[in-house]
Every structure is written in C-alpha cells, then in structure tokens.
Write a protein of this length. Sequence first.
Length: 136
Amino acid sequence: MSNDGRNNGLTMIFAFFTGLLTGAVLSLLYAPAPGKETRQKIKDTSIQAKDKTMELAQQASETARENVQQIVDQGKESVQGLVDVGKERVKDASNQVKSAVETGKKVSSEVRNKISETIPGLANDKKSGKKETEEA
C-alpha cells in the first residue's frame, strides 16, 4: 500500500493507538489475574482505545477542514486583490494610450499646418483641390 503524504496524521494516530493497545493487551496477559477477568480488561481497554482513536480522528478531521477553508478564503482574497490591481493597471495603460493618441493628433495637425504655411501655394492647392472635388 502506497502512502503519498495524505493522511499522515491519521496514520500516525492509528499507529500510536495500535501500539498502545498491543502493549495493554500484552501487559494484561502477563499480569497475574484469572482468565475471565483478564479477557474483560482486554475488552474494556480495546473499547477505550477505539473510542479515543475515533475522537482524535474526528478532531483531526475538523481541524483539517477548518484549515483548508481558511486557506481557500485567503486564496480567494489574494486572487481578488490581484484582479483589482490588474484592472487598475489596464485602466491606467488605456488612459496613457488615449493621451498619447490625442497628443499625436495635435502634433500631426500642428506639423501639417506648419508645412502648409512654409510651402508657398500648398495651402491654395488644398483649397482649390477641395473645390474641384466639390464640383465633380
């Protein structure tokens, strides 16, 4: 049987109580008492060991369940925080791109205006080109 790390706590508890039960049974067998009395002691001890094992297993199970839930909750909070940070960064990047596009449009317009002002007849050609397209 392979144990890949799961249930290590339960395995340890089981091994401990198995050893405890074995020791108790052996001590009762070698103790000077009548057979009927010894068998009753073995029965009582095994019942107590079983009950204690079940109680400890239940406690271990509840503790594990609580720890898993706590880890899940922390994971959800971390993921939500990362999502919020990501949304903020996307929003900031979007605003920067919009600002850069607007700046590019303004600069492009200014450069076109300067070029049309510095080249003689270009401004007139544009106006006459517009008229020609309107007439056509």
